[in-house]
Design a protein around this ligand. Structure first.
Ligand code: GUN
Length: 283
């Protein structure tokens, strides 16, 4: 059996076409959704990510502002910028690209963002809303994974989902979203003694560790859905995920590729969150 691909590029194109149409409708009512992206320092991967985010705004007709600051920026200066953007009526979403330089307390900066503009979904108010099933912004990467499952018509009720990784950005919110859809959820992490024993029971596996070959074919139940959140480089410098794609695709029922899987979906869901933040003004 060879797994069917869940194509994140194709799904992103569909969802972004819907975003573009809704942006056009909102503009007709006098509101242009606006995203502010703040990048501090010169992290190479972050520069690529923020460029892609700003380009996605342009492609969907949204307003965007990219602020690039030197790594010497102080925490107080950054907090002042966040305050200014909180008060800026042309901005509906604020994203401070992580990681920040070590002298800046990232959590303090995230908590300074108005929850109404927290389109990354990283503020504790957003995390609490997700946990309690209240309205709020969902973190873009796990939100994109849920959209991928929805796109194949996968019903999670009664299924066992195993999430590998427990980060605040992906693993933990992913587990809560799967739980909300009535899956039975197991969170595995570096302290899990027998990962394979867990993943072999899974109908859905989400790998979000940031390490190559965390999931290999012998760890997957035939027909399982495998979602690969990893973004790593192999020995040849090629982009790869956390999953041994060539091996696992022989066993799984569905699999997301890297690149072209979860990556584009993360940016798409950022566009959705920013649009919905602006739409709330006329709701
Ligand atoms: N760094 C890596 N991924 C992300 C993300 O989704 N949002 C922000 N703000 N920083 C990141």
């Amino acid at each position: 059996m060879t797994a069917q691909l869940i194509d994140g590029n194709a799904l992103s194109r569909q969802l972004r076409a819907d975003v573009t149409a809704r942006v056009t409708a909102l503009k007709a009512r006098g509101i242009t959704p606006g995203l502010a992206v703040i990048l501090v320092g010169e992290n190479a991967a972050s520069q690529v990510y923020v460029r892609n985010k700003v380009k996605a705004c342009e492609d969907t007709g949204m307003h965007s502002v990219l602020e690039r600051w030197p790594a010497t920026m102080t925490e107080a200066e950054l907090l002042a910028r966040v305050d200014a953007l909180n008060a800026d009526a042309t901005i509906h979403g604020i994203l401070v690209q992580l990681p920040l330089p070590a002298h800046i307390d990232a959590q303090k900066v995230i908590e300074a963002i108005s929850p109404a503009k927290d389109v990354d979904g990283f503020h504790i108010a957003s995390a609490g809303a997700l946990m309690t099933g209240m309205p709020g912004f969902w973190p873009c990467t796990p939100y994109g994974c849920m959209k991928m499952l929805e796109s194949i018509g996968y019903g999670l009720k009664g299924k066992h989902a195993v999430v590998i990784g427990r980060s605040n950005i992906v693993g933990k919110p992913m587990a809560l979203m799967l739980l909300q859809q009535n899956a039975t959820v197991t969170i595995c992490h570096s302290g899990t003694p027998d990962l394979k024993a867990m993943t072999l029971q899974a109908d859905v596996i989400v790998a979000a560790v940031g390490k190559r070959n965390v999931l290999t074919a012998d760890m997957v139940k035939p027909g399982a859905v495998v979602i690969d959140v990893g973004m790593n480089r192999n020995d040849e410098g090629k982009l790869c995920g956390d999953v041994d794609f060539e091996g696992v695709r022989q066993v799984a029922g569905w699999i997301t590729p890297v690149p072209g899987g979860v990556g584009p979906m993360t940016i798409t869901m950022l566009m959705v969150n920013t649009l919905e933040s602006a739409e709330r003004l006329v709701a």
